[in-house]
Design a protein around this ligand. Structure first.
Ligand SMILES: *Cc1c(COP(=O)(O)O)cnc(C)c1O
Length: 234
């Protein structure tokens, strides 16, 4: 059965509205990033057709291919997966947001490439909130140095922090709450590093299984794949 993408988005928006209401928040504070990884460009076009503007991918090559295949000035493209320095050059030509900065060397490369084409890229610093060794993101103690570095850049704007919670079974989802709480606390502790191009307003946290908890804990950007496009085969 094909996924009814528009219906899924509508139901997701209801889920967001309900979660915001119960958390005493305004649903307009939340940006929904539709994570289309492994799904065809046709699905992105369908979602755009029903009003979805923000799309996320976790692999540079796939993001590149989709930005090439579907040129649409209204779409905001988000890179949410691990970075490699050599992929940044092409990425900055069209990407609008990069959620996965874990080292200042990536900021340096974005600045270098974006300055040549006079673009400014929105970035989020990814923090390892799950504490797992192999998980991506910088350690909280490294954030200070990255933000100080970012303050001196002209073609990078830091907009906030991103975190990926531990993967747990849906019925155990409460377990991730402390990780989201921690991301918000880290943000609050670093607000003194804000400057003209460093703001920490955005918290990118929450996916299909844990979005309600993320909203309760202050998320402003949800990265949702399966609830929109259906299960992934790989
Ligand atoms: C795949 C992915 C998501 C979306 O996960 P779902 O469980 O499909 O909602 C969010 N963020 C990142 C970084 C991802 O790789």
């Amino acid at each position: 059965m094909p996924e009814d993408i528009c219906n899924n988005i509508k139901e997701l928006q209801n889920r967001i509205t309900r979660a915001c209401k119960s958390a005493g928040r305004d649903a307009n504070e939340i940006t929904l990033v539709a994570v289309s990884k492994t799904k065809p460009v046709e699905d992105i076009k369908t979602a755009y057709g029903c009003g979805q503007i923000h799309f996320g991918e976790n692999r540079a090559k796939e993001l590149q291919d989709k930005m090439d295949d579907y040129e649409n000035e209204d779409i905001q493209w988000h890179m949410v997966g691990n970075l490699q320095t050599n992929k940044i050059k092409y990425m900055v030509e069209r990407v609008n947001w990069i959620h996965s900065i874990e080292k200042s060397k990536y900021l340096r490369e974005i600045e270098k490439r974006a300055s040549r084409i006079d673009r400014v890229i929105n970035t989020l610093i990814q923090i390892n909130i799950s504490g797992e060794e192999q998980k991506s993101g910088c350690e909280p103690k490294d954030l200070k140095e990255i933000l100080e570095y970012a303050q001196g850049l002209d073609h990078v704007r830091v907009r906030g922090l991103m975190g990926m919670a531990t993967f747990v079974d849906p019925e155990e989802v409460e377990k991730v709450r402390p990780e989201f709480k921690m991301l918000k606390e880290i943000r609050d502790e670093h607000q003194s590093y804000e400057s003209e191009n460093v703001q920490l307003d955005e918290l990118s946290m929450g996916m299909t299984n844990d979005m309600e908890i993320a909203i309760q804990e202050g998320s402003t950007m949800l990265r949702v794949g399966r609830a929109i496009f259906g299960e992934r085969n790989y």
